[in-house]
Design a protein around this ligand. Structure first.
Ligand code: SF4
Ligand code: SF4
Length: 91
């Protein structure tokens, strides 16, 4: 179970959309889902964002750089892993 709460407030802080590892193709693909997420229920197991809280990505698959350490949630929740999108997802 992730220690990062799946809230809209936290989602707004997520830096994944600014990350080089989140490819343009995956950003394009995830648009409808992310809109739905922002307008709807956050309590789900999968989302193509905030990977420290949700599962791994279904799309991102090449590590380029992880900017999680620049994210406010990284220090707020004492996170230590990188590449949540590819390696671990939220736990
Ligand atoms: S720590 Fe990383 S995965 Fe979690 S919200 Fe921040 S940028 Fe996204
Ligand atoms: S989890 Fe890290 S590597 Fe993956 S998209 Fe977010 S910031 Fe980038």
């Amino acid at each position: 179970m992730s220690s990062v709460p799946k809230t809209k407030e936290n989602l707004m802080k997520c830096q994944c959309m600014n990350c080089p590892t989140y490819s343009d193709k995956c950003k394009e693909q995830s648009k409808p889902e992310l809109e739905e997420l922002q307008n709807g229920n956050m309590d789900r197991t999968h989302a193509e964002a905030m990977f420290c809280a949700y599962e791994k990505s279904n799309c991102i698959n090449e590590e380029k750089q992880c900017i999680c350490p620049t994210c406010p949630l990284f220090s707020e929740y004492n996170l230590t892993n990188n590449y949540f999108c590819i390696q671990t997802g939220g736990k």
